[in-house]
Design a protein around this ligand. Structure first.
Ligand code: FES
Length: 212
């Protein structure tokens, strides 16, 4: 049967109709890709913690909490404090947390934990502040809370047995890196801490969030 040029676009079997459909499919995919990219970029960007987020999360230590910190020697001490949680959407809230603190100088930390100071695993805040190093209480293996075992002079994680020295050097067990330091700073005579959650079970230190 003879088909006119206009009618040939409605005929599924003709080469003209097939090429039109191919064009439409490709155009739809291309448009979808552009729209998807437009949506994906802001979403991905919003997942990356900003330095502003870091700035918003400082939790001041009360006089009592600071007194705990001052008891730290080369023997670590547990410091309880209230994490200030402010995300810009919900009202500010606090939750109780603790960190581990030791006294150490920067030269010692540079010698024992050189990756914290240079290379891809470098942290972008001072490791030593006011003569203290603060460690996140979260085991970098799978997130259990480790404890200080004075008789072994080691931090020991009860879950899978990872061990760390008082300076956070990984010495045994399945963890892939040493203990994660947290930022400490002094503002108007008050010590302030920031809580950072790092990715677990990876060798590099990857920030997941700035809240508990
Ligand atoms: S969670 Fe600490 S060793 Fe596994």
């Amino acid at each position: 049967m003879k088909v006119s040029h206009a009618e040939s676009y409605r005929d599924d079997g003709t080469p003209a109709e097939q090429s039109r459909r191919t064009f439409m499919v490709q155009a739809t995919l291309a448009l979808g890709g552009v729209i998807g990219l437009g949506i994906a970029i802001p979403v991905v960007t919003s997942l990356v913690p900003s330095r502003d987020a870091l700035a918003a999360k400082w939790s001041p230590l009360s006089a009592q909490e600071f007194a705990q910190l001052e008891k730290a020697t080369q023997e670590p001490i547990k410091v309880s404090f209230a994490v200030k949680d402010q995300d810009g959407y919900l009202p500010a809230a606090t939750s109780d947390e603790f960190v581990w603190a030791i006294r150490a100088d920067e030269a010692t930390m540079r010698a024992k934990r050189p990756k914290l100071f240079s290379g891809p695993d470098k942290v972008d805040y001072p490791v030593v502040t006011m003569g203290f190093v603060i460690f996140s209480p979260i085991c970098p293996h799978l997130g259990c809370r480790y404890d200080w075992r004075a008789e072994l002079h080691k931090f020991v994680c009860p879950c899978h047995g990872s061990q760390y020295t008082n300076l956070g050097v990984h010495t045994a067990g399945p963890a892939q890196r040493g203990l994660d330091p947290l930022p400490l700073r002094e503002r108007s005579g008050t010590a302030e801490l920031t809580w950072i959650q790092y990715e677990q079970d990876v060798a590099d230190r990857v920030v997941l969030s700035y809240e508990a």
